[in-house]
Every structure is written in C-alpha cells, then in structure tokens.
Design a protein around this ligand. Structure first.
Ligand SMILES: [Zn+2]
Length: 169
C-alpha cells in the first residue's frame, strides 16, 4: 500500500517520525517531503522559483502516486497541507462525465482537530480524532497482502465505488 503523508511544514519532525514508523510497518511512502527538506539544506522561503516549482511538483506527484492520502491536520498555520487536501479530494472524487459511477481513485484519511477546517469532514473522508489511531489503522493495512474490501460496494479501503452508501458517512 502506497501512502502520502501530508501536514504542516512546522510539524515536519513529527511527520517524519510517522513516516519512519509507516515504512517499518511495510507501507510504501510515495514522497518523503520532510526528508527532502533536510536534503535541500535550506528553508522553503530561501528557494528559487525553479526550486519551488520542482518541490511543489514532487509533492503533487506523490499524492497522485498514492493509494491513501493521510493529512495530519495542522495544529497551527499551514498553506501547503490544505492545498494538498484539496488536491486529494479532487482525485478522490473526479471522474469524467461519461463515467458518473466508479471507484474513488484515492482514499483520504485525516486525523486531529476537525474544527480546523470544514473540509476535513467532506463526504468520503475517513476521520480519526488522533494521529495514533490513524497510524495504527494504516500500519495494520500495510502488513496485508491485499486491502480489505468495503462490504457495500467491494471497493478497497476508502476507495468506494459510488453510489456506495458508506461514502455518505
Ligand atoms: Zn463502499
């Protein structure tokens, strides 16, 4: 199972620890952005235009390559994490008008304080009150050979096939 872990730049050390634990649990991380920041050797605000372009595209590709998008809801200010949640929601829901019914392309998981944004509660989003509970669920899935199917529609973890009734909750 491939996971992209999103969160606030200011909380990147906490996110790096969850990424390390997920990798230890057998989960593949599509793009390790906290490690990429360490490699870059300078803070975001010192990037050139070309560096900002390169890094933002790596983040977006990481989301596109993932089976699961996990947002650790920022406890403070963040711009990138919320943009990424929006991009993941669009991937989850989008399909051509010619295919009004079909599977979600990505599962969207959020954990933390939902009151930070109404968008943490969008239809189809899998919510956990705390990061540890979300981690435990993803680590357990990471050890499986195949993901469990939804009893209603047969879609795998969070990737429901609309109009599955579970996408409503
Ligand atoms: Zn379903």
């Amino acid at each position: 199972m491939k996971v992209y872990v999103a969160g606030a730049y200011t909380e990147r050390e906490m996110i790096a620890r969850y990424i390390a634990r997920l990798i230890a649990a057998g989960v593949e991380i599509t793009f390790d952005w906290p490690a990429n920041i360490v490699q870059a050797g300078k803070p975001d605000h010192e990037f050139t235009h070309e560096e900002r372009q390169l890094h933002s595209e790596k983040n977006i590709k990481g989301i596109e390559d993932a089976d699961v998008f996990w947002l650790l809801i920022p406890s403070g200010a963040s711009k990138g994490a919320w943009l990424e949640l929006g991009y993941a929601h669009a991937l989850m829901r989008w399909r051509p008008a010619s295919e009004p019914v079909g599977p979600h392309r990505i599962a969207v998981v959020v954990s933390g304080n939902a009151t930070a944004s109404n968008f943490t509660s969008m239809r189809g989003t899998i919510f956990f009150h705390d990061h540890e509970a979300a981690y435990a669920e993803l680590a357990a899935l990471g050890r499986l050979d195949s993901l469990p199917a939804c009893k209603e529609c047969g879609g795998t973890f969070g990737k429901h096939i609309e109009p599955c009734r579970r996408t409503v909750s």
